[in-house]
Design a protein around this ligand. Sequence first.
Ligand SMILES: CCCCCCCCCCCCCCCCCCCCCC(=O)SCCNC(=O)CCNC(=O)[C@H](O)C(C)(C)COP(=O)(O)OP(=O)(O)OC[C@H]1O[C@@H](n2cnc3c(N)ncnc32)[C@H](O)[C@@H]1OP(=O)(O)O
Ligand SMILES: Cc1cc2nc3c(=O)[nH]c(=O)nc-3n(C[C@H](O)[C@H](O)[C@H](O)COP(=O)(O)OP(=O)(O)OC[C@H]3O[C@@H](n4cnc5c(N)ncnc54)[C@H](O)[C@@H]3O)c2cc1C
Length: 679
Amino acid sequence: MKQDETMKVKRYDDTNVNPDFVAERKKCTFNIELLTNIIDGSSYLTETRRQAQLAVLNNESFSNLPDRYYASRDEAYAQNIRKSAAYIKLLKEDKSISRAESYFMQCLIFPNEVPPFSLHTTMFTPTFESMADEEQKKLWMPRIENYEILGTYIQTEMGHGTNVRGLETTATFDPSTDEFIIHSPTLTSIKWWPGGLGKTCNCAIVMASLITNGRNEGIHPFIVQLRDFETHEPLKGGLTIGDIGTKLGFHGMDNGFVKFDQFRIPRRNMLMKSAKVTRDGTYQKEKKLEKLKYGSMVFVRAMLVFNQAGQGLAQAVTIAARYSCVRRQSEYAPGQEEPHIIEYQAQQHILFTELAASYIFYIAGNKLRELYFTMNYDIQKGDLSDLPELHALSAGLKALTLDEAVVGIERCRLICGGHGYSAASGIPKIYTEVVAACTYEGVHPVLYLQTARYLLKVYQAALLSSSASSLPDNQSSKYIFRHLHSERPRFHFPLSFVEIVEAFERRALMCIEKASKKLDGLLATGRPHHEAWNYSACYLIRAAKAHSHVYLTSSVHEQLETVRQEDAGVYTVLGQLFELYALKSIVDHAVEFIESCGITTDQINICIERIEALLLNIRPNVLPLVDAFDFPDRLLGSALGCYDGNVYQRLYEYALNSPLNKSTVNVAYFVYYIAINIS
Ligand SMILES: CCCCCCCCCCCCCCCCCCCCCC(=O)SCCNC(=O)CCNC(=O)[C@H](O)C(C)(C)COP(=O)(O)OP(=O)(O)OC[C@H]1O[C@@H](n2cnc3c(N)ncnc32)[C@H](O)[C@@H]1OP(=O)(O)O
Ligand SMILES: Cc1cc2nc3c(=O)[nH]c(=O)nc-3n(C[C@H](O)[C@H](O)[C@H](O)COP(=O)(O)OP(=O)(O)OC[C@H]3O[C@@H](n4cnc5c(N)ncnc54)[C@H](O)[C@@H]3O)c2cc1C
């Protein structure tokens, strides 16, 4: 990114900081910058992020006007398009902007929003690049990279989302014209939900059942132009396109629908890397590349762990922590000043356990992102051997971390009392964005079951093998092989970090064993496989969750081992957060740990006592620990969570700006109430 020498705005305003915050920050016992580097992934990424954020803060085109919480849907959409236009212009002008820089800029330009063009970069382009043949890439990529083509990803229909094989939209080859005819045969086959489809995008990847020579060959991707490149009107010839209406959140996004009525596209608009239809209508496919079509779903799921679960929860925690260090409430000791609510153990228990979870999701999410890029390099070259592992990991972790994050965000809102319910707290906005990710890219029961399917295969292989050597080193399920044929150790309390990881592994192995036994038992009674699978679902889901917990704990433990060599202060605080997250999970799933690790209820009580001790350990560092996330105020969008802690002044300003305060007597009251009931 080109450096702008004229940058004026600082990322933080250090003047006029609430004195309570100044005192809190003085208690810090560790090197905040080093922790920030760990959260970002490296010191290089911290610097890159800061430069990108400064570029946004110094560019007036990216300001949020009108206030984001008072904007109507029309205004929110218009504002997103205005900012998108400026952002895309910048990307086109400055080709040196890297992928990481553009990512960091986008997060701040659209705080807690998925903007209308985002499907272009997260799903449309990656799917095209992965599924198009070389000739198609030459033809289309320059216009895709130049944003002349703005694309979305159209898969879900009104009647089918999860069951991709059940999609009804057809793409029938017509050899007489060398075209495919895209058609929505029923009401339920209308494509529904794609982001940016309603008003913004002019092209799309459409997933449809390919029919040629009278045979249905299954779901395939097609690139389809939807709107005229000059007038932006929907193309004639059989398209009905629109916005699907108001949702829980995503107000600035035009999630849309499209009904195809015998709409024609050239044959070569089928993406032909792994399968093709020749001029005479012959269908050919390369079986080994078949699963590439799922690739963009794996990509987004893997990114959601750090981007939505990690960052979303960390933002809510930052807001709740800062507010808890400002807010005073209740008489603690008779006659004394009311304490900050952070001093209440009940508050600390919720806040610090969520703080710990946000660190775990961020760090494990970074590791998953790196693993994705490493494994995907081979996958794109045609070696798909790592894909099942990547799919199982990304599906399970997307589900587990987002499940825990949305509960955590809501808990953070609740511990802010009444002001948490105001949009000005910023938490409702974070919640509605993050909770959407629990649905898009696959609902969680279904994703857990995908992970379980993989785990049972690994377990079967482990039963037949006597060592772990048949699995590559990077496989997260290697512990299944290791522990299946080894003695369970005796655990000592309080647990060491190494013992914590082994306890999670033993618990996961037991859950997998139980799921396998349950399934086999049902099969042995003569039930068909699909029925036995369905009635094992609760066991299978428990196994997938336990396995995902293994990845979280083992990857953060690995990070701790590196930090241990570098900095004692950071090692201590990160270790406390790791231990807190792990012990809380052990207590929450005590039955599974007692059964799998041979531990007693007394030892669970030791964990409960240890959690209380950790709350006291973490207390002095609470503000520095959220400062380490390094969120600019604009990203948080919160009166309660600002860096300077001037909560009440900002809440008052927010209320004064309410559109209802533009007049002293509201016209509706005058016209309806006074006119009818008083005159
Ligand atoms: C710091 C630096 C930064 C760096 C920069 C980087 C920054 C980037 C930042 C980005 C930030 C993000 C922002 C977000 C914005 C997003 C906006 C919203 C987007 C929303 C888009 C959508 O919402 S878009 C629709 C998604 N809709 C689903 O998600 C449907 C779920 N439904 C299914 O996913 C299937 O339908 C389901 C269930 C498998 C059954 O399908 P099915 O019946 O065919 O499957 P079966 O169970 O029979 O499985 C058949 C065999 O396929 C295997 N397999 C199945 N899936 C596989 C897979 N994915 N990969 C591999 N393999 C797979 C399976 O494991 C079996 O393998 P095997 O036979 O060997 O066992
Ligand atoms: C904000 C948002 C943005 C989206 N963006 C896009 C987009 O850009 N492009 C796109 O194509 N789609 C998009 N979607 C659609 C999204 O991917 C689907 O909603 C999602 O995959 C779930 O499908 P569904 O809504 O049909 O739910 P269903 O499949 O009908 O599932 C409903 C419920 O049934 C249960 N269930 C279903 N199947 C099973 C099963 N096999 N086993 C156990 N339980 C089951 C689950 O509890 C599930 O929650 C978006 C959705 C949202 C909310």
